[in-house]
Structures are given as structure tokens and as C-alpha cells.
Design a protein around this ligand. Structure first.
Ligand code: NAD
Length: 451
């Protein structure tokens, strides 16, 4: 089986790698000439643990090659995966230009029977639109089956996720039409859930919106815990151990970011709007997330008696650890707000310094987190990279001008931070006295009736 994967980003590269793993011949395609040149040299243009070695191994074994020539890949392969980007448009809806470009090229260059598999996250109804377009515009000798196969991998563990998926969703016009993809996935030993194309498209949005809802929920409760004198970390443990709830995505912090959750919630919300379907829950999920960085800024401003003129060290630029992805990173947003408020920002990230520097030209980056903290009035841990949890807190205290540690991801034990001589500010738990009053029991306790 020969497979073309159009789009060689986080999803496309991992998809290409795992199909090469099971012995398929794979052609990875991208329109970015520099990216393809890099891949042909055996270098991964993105950081994803283990990916470099796997791509090199499959290229050496001639199971995998990369090209900018989409037409040749489409002509050669019977199954074509679309893994191009679907970024947000200005109004929050999905910009489908990359998908449209790829589909137009397929229409021009395909002959014979082709299976088109949509891995990109696309609004409900895109699959049927693609099928109609290809049926009407492609070469007369070409026929197409368009399938939906949303991707659920997580950056940072993408290869492991794609090799051992917890489920494979396949959307098709009929179970018969789904067969080529079902057979391809057979070696993965994962449950395959068959459904119609529109439902498969919706599953991806529903999953991401639900994860975003968990994060916005726990962040709302974190604010409440701060007022009520409760500890959100204990609350999350207590609720998360209920299997109906689950502990994942219940870490309070500065909100969700990355290339998927924000744009997928926005896109679903925009889609609901177009359909005239009210979705107040989606609106609340977005609003809570939008407020996270301003809320943290207010707390830092309170602690420092204002922002302007201070120096703040921000540790962690990526939207989460173990990735170099800065898309929709709350940390980048935090730094931009701090500099706009007249703060000198000194920053560190283990992986993404060059790309972060391009986004934040006014921020000074350091090779070491302690150097970034030198002379600062506060250090903010904005991404939960494991190395930050290992920092020598006494050395942090010595580096800082003002001893304030803002733990925006709740990775530290407040007692240890305070023992090192630092003032601690976490999310959803306070070392200060609660602002909420104790609930006073009624004064007159009813006496037991004596007969
Ligand atoms: N990144 C994730 O964690 C993740 C997870 C699940 C689903 N998704 C979805 O998968 C899709 C791809 O995401 P990504 O993060 O891999 O994007 P990405 O931006 O990393 O990669 C997209 C690639 O497609 C290339 N491209 C654009 N137009 C092209 C064309 N016409 N022909 C060939 N190549 C083209 C770009 O140059 C880029 O290299 C998106 O719809 C995204 O929502 C992403």
C-alpha cells in the first residue's frame, strides 16, 4: 500500500511515521520547500520526542520519502491523507484555504480510484463538500471515497499516541466505504469506531471542547477556592478520583493554549452561530480562558504594588512542556501584556527560545532559568517544564531582587518555597487568611426531647 500524507507538520509527520512503521510505503508532502529539504536531510522541523530517529530509519529503509511534488504523490498513491493546517480565521471560524489548495491539486492530478482521508480538523460538513467538489471537478477517470479520520494525538507524546491510539474514529458514507481505512488500521490493535462523516468531524470538536470545559471549570473553581480559603489541588484530587470525572485536565493554571483547544472551541462556537444554535456553555468556556492571563496579571500587580518599572522573570514559553509549539501559548500572551504594562521581562524556555524571541522582540532570553531570575522582582513559572520543579529555590531567592515566586501551574510545594525565603503565589490556593467568613452554626442548638 502506498500512502501520501499531504502536510508535514505535527500531525502529518507522525502519521507518515506510524504508517511506515507498519510497512507501508509513505510519501510525505509539504509546500514548504525549506521544511522538505530539512526532512530530506533527515532532520525533523518540529520537536517531538523520538520522531527524528524514526523518520531517519524509515527514510534509510526507503519506506518513507518527502517531496514538494503533490501531484506526483497523488498520482502514485491510492490513499491520500490530508494533514494540512486549519488555523482560525479572524472571525473565529476555520480558515480552510490549506485544505482547499490540497483538494484542488488532488482534483487536477488524480486518476483511477483514490481514498481521501481527512485528518485535519475541519468543520462539520467539510467532508461532504470535498466529496462534491472532487466529483464535479476532478479528471473524468478519477473516482473518490472521502473519509473522515480525526486525529487525537497530543504534542509531546505524539508518536506514542499515534502508535497506540485509545480509539480510531472513521467517518464514512457506509461501512463498506470505510473498509480500506479499517484494514489499514488493523495492525494498531485499537477500537475502531465507525460512523457517518459529519459525526466523525464533530467528535474531534466535541472532544477538544470537553477538555477545554474541564480546564475552564477547574480554573473557575480555583478562583472560588482562593476566596473561600480552600485548596484547588486538594479539590481536584478529591473530584478527579471519581471515575465518572477523571483526574486529567483538572490542573488549575493560566488557561488552555496550543494549536488545537483554543481554535477548535472558537470554530465550534462560530459554527453554532452560523447554524443559529445557541451554545452558552461554549461561550463560558472561552470567556473563562480569556480571563486567565489578566487575572494573573492583577494578582502580580497586587503583590508588587503595580507593574510598571518592575522586572519579571518568566519561565516557560511553550503552551505545555515537551513541545516546541508556541501557538496560542498563554505564556507568550503573559509576556506581551507584561511588556505592554512597562515591565522588563527576562525569560527562559528549554526548547523554543529562537521562535519565542521572534514573537517577543522586547523580551531578553537567557540560557539558564537562574540567569533569567537575576535581579527580577518576581519569577513566574508559566509552563510546567519538569526542570523548573527541580530548581534550587535558595538560589532563586538569591537571584531575585524581590523574593516573589508566582507558581502559575501549581508545580511547587508552597511550604518549600516559603522555607527558601520566597513569598509564594499559586493558583487556587492561598497562604494568606481566607476572605470568606466561617459559616457560623445556629446559636440555639435544639435540645433532644426527653419523654
Ligand atoms: N498539532 C496537534 O496536536 C494536532 C492534534 C490533532 C489534530 N490536529 C489537526 O491536524 C491538522 C494539522 O495540524 P498540525 O499541527 O500538524 O499543523 P502544522 O501547521 O504543524 O502543519 C501543517 C503543514 O501543512 C503544510 N501545508 C499547508 N498547505 C499545504 C498544501 N496545500 N500542500 C502540502 N502541504 C501543505 C504546511 O506547510 C505545514 O507544514 C490541523 O487541522 C489540526 O487542527 C493537530
Amino acid at each position: 500500500m502506498c500512502i501520501a500524507v499531504i502536510g508535514s507538520g505535527y500531525v502529518g509527520l507522525v502519521t507518515a511515521a506510524v504508517f511506515a512503521d507498519i510497512g507501508c510505503r509513505v510519501i510525505g508532502v509539504d509546500i514548504d520547500v525549506e521544511r522538505v529539504a530539512q526532512l530530506q536531510r533527515g532532520e525533523s522541523p518540529i520537536y517531538e520526542p523520538g520522531l527524528d530517529a524514526v523518520l531517519q530509519r524509515h527514510q534509510s529503509a526507503k519506506r518513507l520519502r518527502f517531496t514538494t511534488d503533490t501531484e506526483e504523490a497523488v498520482a502514485t498513491c491510492e490513499m491520500i491523507f490530508i494533514a494540512v493546517g486549519t488555523p482560525p480565521a479572524l472571525d473565529g471560524s476555520t480558515d480552510l484555504a490549506q485544505v482547499q489548495h490540497a483538494i484542488a491539486t488532488i482534483a487536477r492530478s488524480a486518476h483511477g480510484q483514490k481514498t481521501i482521508v481527512m485528518k485535519s480538523t475541519v468543520p462539520v460538513g467539510t467532508g461532504s463538500g470535498v466529496q462534491e467538489y472532487l466529483d464535479a471537478n476532478a479528471n473524468p477517470d478519477a473516482t473518490f471515497t472521502v473519509l473522515s479520520n480525526p486525529e487525537f494525538l497530543r504534542e509531546g507524546s505524539a508518536l506514542a499516541d499515534a502508535r497506540k491510539p485509545d480509539r480510531i474514529v472513521v467517518g464514512a458514507l457506509s461501512p463498506y466505504a470505510a473498509q480500506p481505512l479499517v484494514q489499514l488500521y488493523h495492525p494498531f490493535d485499537a477500537p475502531i469506531i465507525l460512523m457517518d462523516v459529519r459525526s466523525a468531524e464533530m467528535v474531534k470538536y466535541a472532544s477538544n471542547a470537553f477538555l477545554a470545559a474541564k480546564i475552564s471549570f477547574i480554573n473557575t473553581l480555583a478562583d472560588l477556592c482562593e476566596c473561600a480559603g480552600a485548596d484547588i489541588r486538594a479539590v481536584a484530587r478529591g473530584m478527579g478520583s471519581d471515575p465518572r470525572i477523571g483526574g486529567a485536565f483538572l490542573n488549575a493554571g493560566i488557561g488552555y493554549g496550543g494549536s488545537c483547544l483554543p481554535k477548535d472551541v472558537e470554530s465550534l462556537y462560530a459554527c453554532a452561530g452560523e447554524l443559529g444554535c445557541p451554545t452558552p456553555l461554549l461561550e463560558a468556556i472561552r470567556q473563562v480562558n480569556v480571563q486567565r492571563v489578566p487575572h494573573l496579571l492583577d494578582r502580580i500587580a497586587d503583590a508588587l504594588h503595580g507593574l510598571a518599572g518592575n522586572t519579571v522573570a518568566v519561565l516557560g514559553m511553550t503552551f505545555k512542556p515537551h513541545t516546541d509549539d508556541l501557538r496560542e501559548s498563554r505564556s507568550i500572551e503573559l509576556c506581551a501584556h507584561l511588556t505592554a504594562a512597562g515591565v522588563t521581562v527576562q525569560a527562559h524556555d528549554p526548547l523554543a527560545v529562537d521562535a519565542a524571541q521572534r514573537l517577543l522582540p522586547d523580551v531578553r532570553f537567557f540560557a539558564d532559568p537562574l540567569q533569567a531570575a537575576m535581579g527580577a522582582d518576581a519569577v513566574v513559572v508559566a509552563t510546567e517544564w519538569p526542570e523548573y520543579a527541580q530548581l534550587d529555590l535558595t538560589a532563586v531567592r538569591q537571584a531575585l531582587r524581590t523574593p516573589l515566586l508566582v507558581d502559575a501551574r501549581n508545580i511547587f510545594d508552597p511550604q518549600q518555597v516559603q522555607a527558601a525565603g520566597l513569598r509564594y503565589l499559586g493558583v487556587g490556593h492561598s497562604t494568606a487568611a481566607p476572605t470568606a467568613p466561617d459559616h457560623v452554626l445556629p446559636c440555639e442548638v435544639p435540645q433532644p426531647q426527653v419523654q
